[in-house]
Design a protein around this ligand. Sequence first.
Ligand code: ADP
Ligand code: MG
Length: 276
Amino acid sequence: MKLIGQGRTADIYAYSSNQILKLYQSDFPLAAIQNEFRITQLLHDKGLPVPQARKIIDEGNRKGIVFERIEGQTMFSLMFHQPPRLQERVHQLAASHKELHAQSDDERVLPSQKQVLSGAIRRTQLLSEEDKTRILDYLTRLPERIQICHGDYHPDNVMMNEMKNACDVIDWMTGMSGDPAGDVARSWVILTSGSLPEDADPAIRLGFERFRDTIVEGYINHYMHLSGLTWQEIESWILPVAAARLEESLPGNEAEKVLKLVQDRLNHLDSRIELK
Ligand SMILES: Nc1ncnc2c1ncn2[C@@H]1O[C@H](COP(=O)(O)OP(=O)(O)O)[C@@H](O)[C@H]1O
Ligand SMILES: [Mg+2]
C-alpha cells in the first residue's frame, strides 16, 4: 500500500482508489480507535462534512480504520504552498469551524467537554493538586453547551476540495459536545504553542514560524466576526483547555509554553472570578 500521510499516532495509506487506511501504532489503545470510528460515523450520518468511516481492520499486529478518501489537500499544506492565498485559507479555516459548531449533539451521544477536560486535568502530572482543584472549580463556572466540538481543530485536520470549494474535517478521536468558545480556545492554544515534528520539512517548519501570528490572529478574528463571540468568551476557556493539554505527552518546549499559559492565568484567577 502507498503511504500518503503520517501523523503522531498513525500512518495513512491509500487503500483503494476511493478509500484510505488509517493504521495506528501497534500499542495504540483499541478503545480510542473504536471511539474515533463511532464519532466519525455519527457525525457523517448527521450530515456534517466528515469522511465516512467504513470498517475497522487488522493489519499484522496493528489495527486500522478504513475511511472514505477525501479529494484535496490539507489546509496546512495549502497554506504553505500558496502563501499569497494565506489569508483566504485562514478565513476558510474559521468558517468551517463555525459551521461544525452550528450543529448540536441533541441525542447526547458525544462525550461532554467538561468531562473530557476535567478528566485530563486530573490526570496531568505537571500541576499540583491545589492548582488542579482551583482550575476544576473554575471550570464548573463556564457555560454548559452541547454544540459539536472537534477537540483538535487545526489546519492539518481540515482538508480542502478546491473543485467544490468546500472543507472536510478529519481526525475525530477527540470529538465532543460543548461550548464552541472552548473548542476555539483549544485551537488557539494549539496554534500559539504547537510545534511541528522534528522530522518535518525544514522549509515548512520555518514557514510555520513565520506565518504563525498571521494564522492565529486571522483565524480568531474571522471566527469572532462570523459567530459574534467575543475574545473574553474564548479567553475564559484557555485556562482549563491549556491545563488539560498538559496531560498529552508534549515535546519539552511545547509543554513549557502551555504551562506558562496556565500559570499566568492561575496568577489572576481570583480577580477573574470576582469579575464574573
Ligand atoms: N479520509 C482521508 N482522505 C484523505 N486523506 C486523509 C484522510 N484522513 C487522513 N488523511 C491524511 O492523513 C493525514 C493524517 O491523518 P489524521 O487522521 O489527521 O491522523 P493523525 O491522528 O495521526 O493526525 C491527514 O493530515 C491527511 O493528509
Ligand atoms: Mg491529524
